[in-house]
Ligand binder design. Structure first.
Ligand code: DSN
Length: 415
């Protein structure tokens, strides 16, 4: 691996090799991460990075587009088929730019948007006050109820009161599936447009494992690198009537040249997502998450949102164990288990030292791990958290992690 880079720039090569070893020897549980295939890596690291191609297939501002056009068209066609979409734009550079493009396409400055509160599982780009978007648009945020489900009566009351131009459904830390028809009914009642952000769950939707908002909603945005297991990137799917506005918002509204290497890699990943193996993968992601969730709950963590997961992730309060999310993340880093600290709904603690942790199963499932490994991982997590000041026990767990990861080789193609 990295034959030429190692000769020319050994320091950078060494850092990349170090990261490969980290990925191999750690248990990766950050629910927004995954391990792409070697063919996806090949397309991503290809000469497609050299090309400029502002515009869209058949309508570009630069010459020499005969291969770029075919790649972008193929990515679009594959996405249309997978998600049952009328129109697809594969040029957004990632999830946040995709969401900004949707707002730019559908809204005027000052318009009101109803989105899910960040601490209840939403996302920064759905209107958190720290974002630039929140300066441009008037975001109002809805929450989940006591039962962990979205309180649709309250959502409807808020929609009637605030008269949003757009209602956003979607999340980055919510463990339940969504009933998109309910959002749509409320939006229709108040004359609002609908946007779903499926960044976390696109792969599970593509595989038919979760509800699909694409045929129902006006616009659906996503990243391409989470459960969809593609390169880092973004994608917008929409009804034909919004196609022109979305395309214009992405380019020339917000972006310049598309990242053609990224789009080529996305086309490869979408091709993989069409295969029966990917359906099996998505099913196992959910099964694994459920097992992990049940074991952590039995071990004393307070799982949010009705104490269950219906997708790939779990949000859990660790304070019942007498620790904070920050301590949990640090201790688990020490034993080679990687996840992230996270706020819980209406968290009394601050985001840099919150009450919870967020974890999920897409990467470990890609490695081939199944129910027995989830039980073992949950046991290791609980042991580490309950013995967070005991160095000897933490060392034992770190050793067990390496033994487990060695049984599920990652990128054996690379030395
Ligand atoms: N950073 C992504 C996540 O971890 O969920 C969302 O932006």
């Amino acid at each position: 691996m990295l034959e030429y880079l190692t000769k020319q720039d050994p320091e950078i090569a060494q850092f990349i090799k170090g990261e490969l070893q980290r990925q191999r020897n750690n248990i990766e549980l950050i629910p927004s991460e995954n391990f792409v295939s070697v063919p996806v890596l090949e397309a991503l690291g290809s000469i497609m990075t050299n090309k400029y191609s502002e515009g869209y297939s058949g309508k570009r501002y630069y010459g020499g587009q005969e291969w770029v056009d075919q790649i972008e068209t193929m990515a679009i066609e594959r996405a249309k088929e997978l998600f049952n979409a009328e129109h697809v734009n594969v040029q957004p550079l990632s999830g946040a730019p995709a969401n900004l493009a949707v707002y730019a396409a559908l809204l005027e400055p000052g318009d009101t948007v109803l989105g899910m509160d960040l601490s209840h599982g939403g996302h920064l780009t759905h209107g958190h006050p720290v974002t630039f978007m929140a300066k441009i648009f008037n975001f109002v945020r809805y929450k989940t109820g006591e039962d962990g489900l979205i309180d649709f009566d309250n959502l409807r009351a808020m929609a009637l009161e605030h008269k949003p131009k757009l209602i956003v459904a979607g999340f980055s830390a919510y463990s339940r599936d969504l009933d998109y028809t309910k959002f749509k009914e409320i939006a229709d009642e108040v004359g609002a447009l609908t946007m779903a952000d499926i960044a976390h769950i696109a792969g599970l939707i593509a595989a038919g494992e979760l509800n699909n908002p694409v045929p129902i909603f006006d616009v659906v945005s996503t990243t391409t690198h989470k459960t969809l297991r593609g390169p880092r990137g973004g994608m917008i799917m929409c009804k034909k009537e919004h196609a022109k506005a979305i395309d214009k918002a992405v380019f020339p509204g917000l972006q310049g040249g598309p990242h053609d290497h990224q789009i080529a890699a996305l086309a490869v990943a979408l091709g993989e997502a069409m295969k029966p193996e990917f359906k099996e993968y998505a099913k196992q992601v959910k099964v694994n998450a459920k097992v992990l969730c049940d074991e952590l709950k039995a071990g004393g963590l307070k799982v949010m949102f009705g104490e269950i997961t219906e997708n790939h992730l779990i949000l859990a309060d660790v304070t019942p164990l007498g620790i904070t999310g920050k301590i949990a993340q640090t201790v688990l880093d020490e034993v080679r288990i990687t996840l992230n600290m996270n706020t819980i709904p209406d968290d009394p603690r601050k985001p840099m030292d919150p009450s919870g942790i967020r974890l999920g199963t897409p990467p470990v499932t890609t490695r081939g791990m199944k129910e027995p490994e989830m039980k073992q991982i949950a046991a290791m997590i609980l042991k580490a958290l309950k013995n967070h000041e005991n160095e000897a026990i933490k060392q034992e767990i770190a050793k067990e992690v390496v033994e487990l990861t060695n049984k599920f080789p990652l990128y054996p193609e690379f030395e």
